[in-house]
Every structure is written in C-alpha cells, then in structure tokens.
Design a protein around this ligand. Structure first.
Ligand code: SF4
Ligand code: ZN
Length: 260
C-alpha cells in the first residue's frame, strides 16, 4: 500500500510504483490516504489522490482522524488554542495520530508493506531533528526499510529516501502528474521548517550537503543499532495498539485533550 497524501512526492511515487507493478501481476498493489481533517487543504488533496488512483486503476481507501479518533485535526487545534499553550504544535498531534492511522489503515487492508514517499530532504531533516530533539537513538529506528518488530505493525518502506525533493518535482512536471501545490496551513508552526531552511541554505551554498548528511547518518546507524536497547512492545491499555508504554502516545494526547 502506498500512503498517498496528494502532494508531489506521494503521487509521483504512486505513478512510478504503478508502472513497476505491471511487471509483477501477483503483487497486490493499492493506495490509501489518511484524512486528518484540515479545512481547505486535505479535501483538495483527497480529490487529487483519488483522481490519480482512478487514472492508474489502483484500488484506493481513505480513513480519517474523525473516524478513528473522534476528532478532526482542526478541532484538536481549536481545543489547544482555547485551553492555552501546551508546548505542542498541530504537527506534534498530526504526526503521532497519522502514524497510528496509517498503520491501522494498512493492516486493515491486509497488506504487508506500507510505502511512504519521504524524499532525501525529508530524511535528512528528520535525522537532524532527532539530534535537535536530543533523541539520536531514533536514527537507528528510522531506516529506509524498517525492521518488523511486532505483528500488528506493518513494515514501512521509503523508496524515495535518496531522491532529492527538486528531482521529484521535476519528474512530476515532466510527466504531467497532477499533485497538490498548496502547503498545509499548519506547516509553518513546525521546528522542521527551521531545519529545512538551514539545510536548503547549506545545500545552495555547498551542493551535496543533503547527501553527505544522509550518508554520514547511514554510516553511524549500525553503531547506534548495536548500542540501542531492544524495543519491547506491548498492547496499549486503551486502544490495544503496540506501544512501548502502558498507554500509547496517541491515546495519551487524546486523553490530555479530554477528547477520548
Ligand atoms: Fe500534519 Fe503538520 Fe504535515 Fe500539516 S504540516 S499535514 S499539520 S504534519
Ligand atoms: Zn492507545
């Protein structure tokens, strides 16, 4: 299953994999979108994702935060605003809830691989973000092909992880692929933007910086993996999804909002 957001990366990946997949008729290939519930943004993305899937003849499913968690992201953001600053951005909620939603969607579809369209820029930003957040051990856990560590967690694969964002855009334009061009209205709130700006400035001045950072982290990863403690997962006491805690982060966040 390809996780399609409607943006350039995921729609381009969908087109490339749909083409490759024709040579492997035994492989069950489908796509899915998580609708976070972001007004004037996700609705357009859903229409674009659906049109691309229809054009390519790819089975397509949609799940939503509303359906799975009872609230749209816009409603959660409104709640945070009313209750005052808690240090978490819309992206903090979105990231945690979407990770869980994607896994549930893929598992329910019965697939054994969930393909995401993270490109070289995304991956490099994430690596540095982990360092800035003081959690470098995460680098060991966010590989291009994730280890299968629990039967309820669908394996994630990131085939575009070494393709720079500008090359993805170029491919999409050259192939006339329809994708969403507007940014999420909450995007500017994330720390990731500052990391992105910094890396883009570096890349502009010193071409190859993104690859160098990515390669360096790839070299460091085996040492981190050897050093990392084995993650022990058990079922969340509230939702039953795999977690390292008693209650998973998604349930914890929703509880804090008193929206469970
Ligand atoms: Fe979610 Fe933030 Fe991405 Fe918007 S920018 S879709 S809120 S993670
Ligand atoms: Zn839970």
């Amino acid at each position: 299953m390809v996780a399609v957001s409607g943006g350039k990366d995921s729609v381009t990946l969908l087109h490339i994999l749909a083409k490759i997949e024709k040579s492997f008729p035994d492989v069950v290939f489908c796509a899915g979108t998580v609708d976070e519930g972001i007004r004037d943004y996700r609705d357009e993305a859903l229409r674009i994702a659906e049109r691309n899937c229809r054009k390519l003849g790819v089975d397509y499913v949609v799940t939503s935060f509303k359906e799975l968690f009872g609230y749209e992201l816009d409603e959660i953001v409104e709640l945070i605003r009313r209750r005052g600053e808690n240090g978490l951005t819309p992206c903090s909620y979105c990231g945690v809830l979407r990770r869980k939603a994607l896994n549930i969607m893929a598992r329910d579809a019965g697939v054994d691989k969930l393909v995401t369209a993270h490109n070289l820029d995304d991956e490099t930003q994430t690596m540095l973000l982990n360092v800035v957040h003081g959690d470098p051990m995460r680098i060991a856990r966010s590989k291009p092909v994730l280890n299968v560590i629990h039967p309820k967690l669908v394996q994630r694969v990131k085939p575009l992880c070494m393709v720079p964002e500008k090359e993805v855009v170029l491919y999409a334009y050259l192939k006339g692929i329809e994708f969403q061009c507007i940014d999420c209205p909450y995007a500017r709130t994330a720390l990731r933007n500052d990391i992105r700006d910094m890396l883009n400035r570096m890349e502009h001045k010193h071409a190859g910086t993104l690859f160098t950072v990515f390669r360096s982290m790839e070299k460091i990863r085996p040492a981190l993996e050897a050093f990392a403690e084995e993650v022990k997962l058990h079922d969340c006491k509230l939702c039953g999804e795999p977690t390292v805690r008693d209650i998973c982060r998604a349930c914890e966040m929703l509880q804090e909002l008193k929206v469970l």
